[in-house]
Ligand binder design. Sequence first.
Ligand code: CP
Length: 307
Amino acid sequence: MGKFKNLISIHDLSREDIDLILDTAAKMEDVAVKRSTDLHDKIMAVLFFEASTRTRLSFESAMHRLGGSVLGFSDVMSTSAGVKGETLADTIRTVERYADLIVIRHPLDGSARVAAEFSSVPVINAGSGAEEHPTQGLLDLYSIKKMKGKIDGLTISLCGDLKYGRTVHSLGMGLSHYNVKIRLAAPPSLRMKPAVVDEMKKKGISVEQVDSIEEAVSEDVDVIYQTRIQKERFGDIREYDKVAGQFKITKKDAEKLRKDAIILHPLPRVDEIDSDVDSLPQARYFDQVYNGVVTRMAILKLLFSDA
Ligand code: CP
């Protein structure tokens, strides 16, 4: 077993663990280009009970670049769990017999931890309900470090759907290990849960809550992390309609930023960043996508390393 048994929550990682993953990801930049056969004897199963483009394909790309094999599904209605009513526990007890590692995305909070309890092979959480997306949080931290040269000392605005956005929960908790100032910008109904804000404050970082995108996209900010309003997690579509289209970053907003500021987004984007922002030097969200490959290579290497 490697350095980590599973990767379920960013809450399970210390700053030392996160720094190890980010340093290993930097080493993977070269390996990603040259390719390696280090994991030639490993099979990764990807079980996606929810839609994905980036997470699934970057995990698969990472495993291929390390010489390993991949199997799995991304259409839940083609599985026994989706069509015949098989439990998650039974699916995991089956798949662990086919693969050396399970990567799972599931719509329910707590699903990845349940999967890990039933699995004899390592489990990686690729997104569980509205609670966590730890590998996205890690690739976001890696992106900030790679693009800004550091994390400590930065002022970072987390914007959009801070209630249902699982990436922003994982990133916020990851950032709380560093000496940063965080500005939380969301419509009142989509503010970060008080428990998460309290946990960030308990770690000693400065957290400020604001109500407008203008206060988040300002000259003193180093990193803007914009998120999509998570339509699929609203119980009442009328509540979604009330906030849809709010908290949009326009070109006029982005032009107020310093030239060395960066705009990130976990993607997919709907309309929360205008497409004419894409050509500005601060728009780095498509560069951020590639960092998912090297960060996930690092996670796979560390899960299987004997170090
Ligand atoms: N960022 C992210 O999780 O994207 P996908 O839903 O495409 O995997």
